[in-house]
Ligand binder design. Structure first.
Ligand SMILES: Nc1nc2c(ncn2[C@@H]2O[C@H](COP(=O)(O)OP(=O)(O)OP(=O)(O)O)[C@@H](O)[C@H]2O)c(=O)[nH]1
Ligand SMILES: [Mg+2]
Length: 413
């Protein structure tokens, strides 16, 4: 929830020998906005998991001598790069914070209240009222982290994905000689040549995954959240190339750019003799397909460091391409501007005429309509907006009750 605007002040100038000074109450300050910014030093959304209401500060009240109240600072919530911001109620995408520093203003601070000085006119030289600050915007949002890891490990169940993650990192996913051991992605930090990347061990994919077979959609969605894929082939199986084609077919059928992600092939289990022999047989075919490949044993660790270095290189290249594809200037997304002059009038179910629009609502919420002076100010503003004509059209006459900004007031010509 954004901050409330500061209230305007009521005050009159005081000076010796000047019996009645003019109004000099200052305006309040603006309430703080709420911004959400992608920051590469954040890696999770954990700090927002408690769904606590985030509040920006209110603006300060105005003072005597036309002193303006201080505006409140904006509240910036930091989230990991790759966070999607959705409106909770409509599920509409508010922002896709895909690059470091990308920022979106999600809730505007309330407008400040005006001091009594601003309501002085030739007919009202000493206004004894000021305006209250308006409430800040309140929004309910859903944050979702799209990028799970830099590198995703894909392949058929039992290919050795979890085993590879254990030689690459300190992660300890469950490993077993049967398929579908891994059901949720497991993350591990991989150190290579003084650099690091995050790898995710994925659940195994099978034929029909793109149609939802074997929790396929769930699994494929995880893969969407990585930049580079390491595709593991179990070389102890009869036809590793057929397995390779099957998985790629599923990635393609699912769409969402999975088939376009850079891939590195890992020919696994070469500690097994038959497997090693198969590498020789398939090397030419793989070369012809134009995919970079590495022969490894996730059990002995052979070839796994070279594979990690290749994954890192592919990752940095993918990131560089993304960065250059993005505009140089990181946009600050602004909410749609409020159309201040717009309003509508209608009769609600209890037969009460309702006036609804940003400006009438704001004025009704910040001017004290029980008090004669501010009420006159309110109606003179509405007249200037041409509201009187709309009221006449609805048959509203002087003294009829109307509702505006949640407040009921008698219409005044
Ligand atoms: N000989 C040999 N066996 C391996 C190698 N890598 C993995 N395995 C074995 O293959 C089996 C499956 O390994 P996992 O790492 O659980 O395979 P996974 O791809 O994570 O399987 P799911 O989670 O079911 O998709 C286990 O019995 C491992 O010990 C390897 O390099 N050589
Ligand atoms: Mg596994």
């Amino acid at each position: 929830m954004a901050g409330r605007g500061g209230d305007g002040a009521v005050s009159f100038h005081r000076e010796k020998f000047v019996p009645r000074g003019g109004p000099d109450g200052g305006d309040g300050g603006r309430g703080g906005d709420i911004l959400i910014r992608a920051d590469r030093r954040r890696s999770t959304l954990d700090e927002y998991a408690d769904r606590r209401l985030q509040r920006a500060e209110s603006g300060a009240a105005g003072g005597v001598n036309q002193r303006k109240g201080a505006s409140a600072p904006h509240l910036t919530l930091l989230v990991p790069v790759g966070t999607l911001v959705h409106d909770l109620a409509t599920d509409e995408l508010v922002a896709d914070l895909a690059v470091d520093g990308a920022t979106v203003v999600v809730a505007r601070g309330g407008r400040s209240g005006r001091g009594n000085k601003r309501f002085a006119s030739s007919t009202r030289q000493a206004p004894r009222f000021a305006q209250r600050g308006a409430p800040g915007q309140e929004r309910h949002l859903r944050l979702e982290l799209k990028l799970l890891a830099d590198v995703g490990l894909v392949g058929l169940p039992n290919a050795g994905k979890s085993t590879l993650l254990t030689v690459w990192s300190r992660a300890r996913p469950k490993i077993a000689p049967y398929p579908f051991t891994t059901l949720e992605p497991e993350l591990g930090v991989v150190h290579v040549a003084g650099d690091t990347f995050v790898a995710a061990d994925m659940p195994g994919l099978i034929e029909g995954a793109s149609e939802g077979v074997g929790l396929g959609h769930e699994f494929l969605k995880h893969i969407e959240r990585t930049r580079v894929l390491v595709h593991l082939l179990d070389m102890t199986r009869e036809e590793p190339l057929a397995d390779f084609a099957l998985i790629n077919g599923e990635l393609e059928a699912f769409g969402h750019g999975l088939a376009e992600k850079p891939q590195i092939v890992a020919l696994n289990k070469i500690d097994d003799e038959d497997a090693r022999a198969r590498v020789e047989l398939l090397a030419d075919d793989l070369g012809a397909l134009g995919v970079p490949w590495y022969a490894i044993s996730a059990v002995t660790g052979e070839g796994t460091q070279e594979l990690a270095a290749a994954a890192l290189t592919a990752l940095r290249q993918a990131q560089a391409e993304e960065a250059s594809a993005q505009a140089e200037i990181i946009p600050v997304l602004q909410p749609e501007p409020v159309r201040r002059g717009r309003y509508e009038t209608y009769v609600d179910e209890d037969g009460v005429v309702v006036l609804d629009g940003p400006t009438p609502n704001w004025l009704a919420q910040t001017l004290d309509l029980h008090d004669r002076e501010p009420r006159e100010e309110f109606f003179s503003r509405l007249r200037r907006m041409g509201v009187a004509r709309a009221m006449r059209r609805l048959g509203v006459v002087e003294g009829d009750l109307i509702r505006v900004g949640g407040v009921e007031v008698k219409w005044q010509e």
